[in-house]
Design a protein around this ligand. Structure first.
Ligand code: HEC
Length: 126
């Protein structure tokens, strides 16, 4: 039989474990996780001279250009994926018919989630 002290100890331990689990997703790195996704899916149209870059002014060559956004303003709002057209477009949340990448295969759920977490975590150049 458990003695009361043991029960208190077990309760404390499981509370600590649960708190650990809800600490949020693992940190996402721009350099090793987000940049490769951008290079794979976006850069063919969003480098200077590409159709996407010409039409929107959104150039994806490096972090500063990504954060600058389109000629109309930023597409990444640090901390707020749902206000970031960069996330909303790849997730099909603006309008599924204008998902990015334009006319190509959508990103995987795992890739979309990485972008969401990267923005939630402050969209840093880490
Ligand atoms: C096959 C070409 C192509 C690819 C690949 C592509 N885009 Fe685009 N993108 C476009 C075109 C064309 C436009 C301008 C017309 C429009 O907004 O639909 C555009 C516009 C945009 C805009 C501005 C939209 C707005 O409302 O101002 C964003 C943000 C964007 N693209 C993000 C991305 C991201 C992120 C990727 C990669 C996941 C990507 N694009 C891949 C062609 C492309």
């Amino acid at each position: 039989m458990f003695r009361p002290n043991t029960l208190i100890l077990l309760t404390t331990l499981s509370t600590a474990l649960l708190a650990g689990c809800s600490a949020g997703p693992a940190p996402v790195s721009y350099k090793s996780e987000i940049k490769p996704i951008i290079d794979k899916y976006c850069t063919e149209c969003h480098l200077a001279g590409g159709t996407g870059a010409e039409a929107s002014g959104f150039i994806t060559q490096d972090y500063d250009a990504v954060m600058k956004g389109t000629k109309f303003g930023p597409v990444v709002v640090a901390g707020d994926p749902l206000s970031s057209s960069f996330y909303r477009l790849v997730a099909g949340k603006v309008d599924p018919s204008i998902r990015m990448p334009h006319g190509k295969e959508a990103l995987s759920e795992a890739e979309i989630t990485k972008i969401e977490h990267w923005i939630t975590q402050g969209a840093k150049n880490n």
